[in-house]
Design a protein around this ligand. Sequence first.
Ligand code: ZN
Length: 249
Amino acid sequence: MTEDVEPGRTVPKETMGHRAATIVGEPVVEGIGRIAGFVNCYTFQAGDEVFVIDTGYRRGAQPVVRAFRSAGVPLTQVRRVLLTHHHIDHRGGAAYLLEHTGAPISCHADDVAFVDGSDRAPMSILMRLFLRPRSAPVTTALKDGDRVGELSVVHLPGHTPGEVAFYEPRRKILFSGDSVVEHDGRLTLPAPKYAANLELAVHSLDRIRSLEVEVLLPGHGVPVTKGVSGLLADLIRRAPAQFLRGPTR
Ligand SMILES: [Zn+2]
């Protein structure tokens, strides 16, 4: 844990397991920073490289750009942009980051068409006018079990067809995207109206539970670093009634 590490500070070499690196964003654990906003974006140090996981909804990826600037790390250090899924709040800044870093964009194969613009995700006209979403070419279509540096891709369909989490087995860290999110100290699913297939989303929770997770870094809410398995079990217990049968029936 790195409670003593301030944003933008250099983590001592001996604690990193590899060369000293500056954490971009609010430090969560060694080598991982959180860029909080409507959506959490994360930075992940992989040796000399920095991965950005999700980009926020802004076309100019402002939260990510600001976090790099305040850490004093050039944006060109970004080597990969990993998207947990195609929703605009997670990939709105992807095209901008590609232009300014050259970093390849990866997302699951089943969400590629919504990121590269060959298909259009449903969105109200007002939202479309407000956000002016930009498509971005996807360099790597991911599938379950793929490795991206130290991270493995875990396909958790439901919220979107190609929802994925990124799992670092060494420290049991899960970047969960919107497959499971945090709200008021509990784990939950995002609002059902945003789910492509709610039943699948609930089913995917079992897959998450099959992983050993000690640090859960969700797309919404705050990182969970204690009692993850208990919180997951609690969600799995109540999810069918809360999300499938609905509270009023
Ligand atoms: Zn989403």
